[in-house]
Design a protein around this ligand. Sequence first.
Ligand SMILES: C[S@@+](CC[C@H](N)C(=O)[O-])C[C@H]1O[C@@H](n2cnc3c(N)ncnc32)[C@H](O)[C@@H]1O
Length: 252
Amino acid sequence: MTSKVVEGSICSAKNLTFKTCFERYTRNRYKNFAYSSLETIGGVDLRQKTILDAGTGEGWQTLLLASIGLPREIVAIDSAHGEGSSKDCLAVLSSNMKRMGIRNVGIARMDFPNNAFRDSSFNVVLALQSIHHMYVTRERISVSSEAAEEYKRIFREFYRVLALGGWLIILEIRPTNLSEFLPLYRSEINWPFHQEPEELIELARAVGFANVSLRWYVPFPLRHFRRLLENKIGNWLTTSRYHVYAQKSSRS
Ligand SMILES: C[S@@+](CC[C@H](N)C(=O)[O-])C[C@H]1O[C@@H](n2cnc3c(N)ncnc32)[C@H](O)[C@@H]1O
């Protein structure tokens, strides 16, 4: 487990190129992004691994990982149909790669559920805020068997493209949040289309994943209140984001 290695790399001054690029083109703070990125990686070892970023968008996560030099190769795919990010997101990723001189990233326009990857192609699959955009019915798994089937198909693909011992890392948002009730807060999130973590955990186990775990996300400004907020209620009061980790284990 390399959380120390990753933390050291992300926080070191070596990555000014990524920092400059990130802050210039997203107008967000690098510090916040580096924190959330580290939270996402959790304890998963990325050294010399082959990573699939499924639904990469403009690929900032991919760029950060590539710039810290841990993975051997990253494949960043996106359907680029304009929902969840712009239609030119892959072109943005490509030009930022050139700006940073990054070479170990492959980019492809691809619909993940209908991907053409061979079995066991990746050591890590990232699905960061992308699963709820990949399916068609727009229903909760708990009320729609069609939605449940579509999600299962996506999870079967995650499982198939992962090598033995590989990790699936999911970042998702729950179907509800305090901000829905606050008129001052404007959000583009379609909350009801999202799924609860328990539902994704069940799906992961159903398709064969082992070592499935859940981690509530505590946002950067509130990180010192982690012990208070790292639970379902704290999560609902803040961002409603959560991570699910699942391993394709040799025993599963
Ligand atoms: C909310 S964005 C997240 C982007 C990035 N992962 C992040 O966390 O910033 C969701 C992305 O998933 C992509 N996406 C949606 N359906 C997809 C599909 N079927 N296959 C691949 N990517 C898809 C969208 O185009 C969009 O770029």
